[in-house]
Ligand binder design. Sequence first.
Ligand code: BES
Ligand code: MN
Ligand code: ZN
Length: 450
Amino acid sequence: MRYEFTAEADAILRPVFDKEKVKKGTLRLEPGADRLTLLVGLGEKEKLNSATVREVFFAIPGELCKYEVDKALLEGLEDPALIAAAFEGLWMGNYVFSRYKKDELADKRLKVLAVQEVEGLKERLEESEGLMESADFTRYLVNSRAIDLYPETLAQLAKEELEPLGVEVEILGRDKAEELGLKAFLAVAEGSDKEPQVIVAKYTGAGDAPYGALIGKGLTYDSGGYDIKPGSGMFTMFGDMAGAATVLGAIRAVAASKLEKNVVAVVLACENMVDGSAYKNGDIISSHLGKTIEIESTDAEGRLTLADALSYTEEAFAPSYMVDVATLTGAVVVALGDVAAGAVTNNEELMKDVLAAADQADELIWEFPAYEAYKEQYKSKFADLKNTGGRGAGTITAGLFLGEFVKDTPWVHLDVAGVTYRSDKAKPPYPMGASGFGVHALYRLVKNRE
Ligand code: BES
Ligand code: MN
Ligand code: ZN
């Protein structure tokens, strides 16, 4: 989709704030109009916010497909932030993943949003376009299946997508990972015939200022290992690299907008599989930081790869802050459903910035308490730590486990297991399948942080 500053269009999108006429969230054709005019119920004008606009506009492309509208003119909104939200809502409502199945409606889809120029709108829409193309990239990676998307192809796609935008992408294989001492990561990768990859993407928009670091869980498939998942639970585990896809999408958005910031995205990509060489329950492994870890479940693999990713990133880049994004626990789905991501931190100030950024992006993140007492749950008798924390507070113990591998850098962990993928239907303003959740919030965080 594109936007254009013009009044010429073959249809009109007309916001209606009077709920007697058109109920909030509903769409209605204006009878007898000379041009196709869609009345868009937005509820009370005083209560209007960008989240509502996104959600309501998300439904419009589906409706417009019936009429083969190429270009629609947006009326009645003046605030650039609301117009951008409308554009983003339309974009997401138009999204289909067509790698494996042709989009039958491709030529019936809305192509252009026509808008009237207002102060500051051009910049805001350019930003939206960068964000949406980046979130599409994230969605493409997450939606692609493990037969096609494995560590080497993920690394390759990252390079192809990011380098033209001025992001430097370095890819290291198993030998280099061994040299770097990424022992916990390599233990997880051991059972797979796919070579693990270290992906480091660097965007330097601010000279020699310190980097902000975005770290993504990059399990291109999580079978559970010897703690094998049941088939139903394994089905969507091609998406266990959504954290990686999110941070790669976020750095893409930062580069597309040419922000004057330094950002590094780090992904340790591998598969968690079953094989004679795979790591086993009861194994005690080491890590990049040197702490030993007892494997109580081979299915708690994400925290092992992220532990190494965090300590490696902290050592290699001395970043001013780190945010990791991970489909880490089923427990976060129990706690927050598919509505919000869960967060754990070692630094409330950074957390405040993350929550503020999420708020600007209309993405929901909820902070969990990080009480010391929870740390008891992952103590091991024979190793420094064990990789599970029992039944209670699973998202918190997973988060605190990660924190054991961060020395003193402000850090926030985002558990996105509930929000990155929906198998059977869209959750407005996110499309069905991969949502792209988090790209926008991380972009705002990078932009806002000093
Ligand atoms: N990738 C899963 C978490 C997950 C669950 C993501 C559902 C998306 C949807 C993760 O590796 C995992 O298996 N976690 C275990 C941890 C447990 C063994 C401590 C879990 O949550 O069951
Ligand atoms: Mn797992
Ligand atoms: Zn996993």
